[in-house]
Write a protein of this length. Structure first.
Length: 261
């Protein structure tokens, strides 16, 4: 009989996605249980198992006490990403300095990685170990399908005026917006908390290079044109979204602890 679609997810010889191994939003033809099956198969596929164990990854990425900390994973675009000059976060050091100073004593550990540095199995494991996943819009935002329920996914967006939720509704780009759904095809098929953080543009007096804004007409006529932009964080928006992220993750931690009693 025909192999179920999720089991066609990979070629053993080449480690690439099968053309038929697709899934979609609730409006698509692949239901939640098939996506869950895909995730389970991918996490346990023998050829994708990395050489580093769970404990190894925790220690190497977040430090010796990572198992008991809140783990934040920031994924940056690597050398293999197409057109690597785009979707760079120009003022990332400023944001990271604030995170490290503000949350160091609250048991929060922050790590910045390029996924290309790991094997496929290690990439899957790394995503599953993160409590919050932070990155710019792009293919990296598929990794959260491997995260545990209740985890937070933070989308760093450039300055844009128009973007739709997974259900096709316009999103408010004047502030960080929380949603139960991704803006990629998996929609709300995973039990995750998504926050979309709109960016800004640097001041005219700053010495920051990059492409941070596009014409409104182009943005409306080509809904993917914003992928050519770099990101300049609106620091106030980022701080608000990050503080709320930590609050939500702490609440989840308390709920889990109460269930163990």
């Amino acid at each position: 009989s025909e192999i179920p679609v999720p089991l066609k997810a990979a070629s053993l010889d080449h480690g690439i996605c099968h053309a038929a191994g697709l899934w979609g939003s609730p409006a698509g033809h692949i239901p939640r249980d098939n996506l869950e099956l895909f995730v389970n198969v991918a996490q346990n596929f023998p050829a994708w198992q990395g050489s580093r164990s769970r404990d190894d990854m925790l220690r190497e990425i977040w430090g010796t006490d990572a198992a008991h900390c809140m783990r934040i994973l920031f994924v940056v675009r690597g050398a293999s990403a197409a057109d690597t000059a785009r979707r760079t976060v120009a003022n990332l050091p400023e944001a990271m300095d604030w995170v490290n100073v503000t949350f160091a004593k609250q048991g929060v550990r922050f790590a910045m990685v390029q996924m290309e540095s790991f094997s496929l199995g290690e990439e899957i494991l790394l995503a599953s170990l993160a409590d919050a996943f932070v990155s710019v819009y792009g293919s990296a935002m598929w990794w959260p399908i491997f995260m545990s329920p209740g985890s937070v996914v933070m989308w760093l967006l450039p300055k844009i005026r128009h973007i739709l939720t997974y259900s096709g509704e316009p999103m408010d780009m004047s502030r960080p917006t929380w949603s139960d759904g991704s803006i990629l095809e998996y929609g709300n098929l995973c039990d995750l908390q998504h926050v979309f953080v709109p960016g800004g543009v640097p001041s005219s007096s700053s010495n920051v290079s990059g492409k941070f804004e596009i014409d409104s007409h182009l943005e409306k006529s080509n809904f993917l044109a914003f992928q050519e932009l770099d990101v300049y964080l609106n620091v106030d928006h980022f701080k608000h979204a990050f503080q709320e992220t930590i609050s939500r993750l702490m609440a989840r931690k308390l709920v889990r602890a109460s269930k163990k009693k």
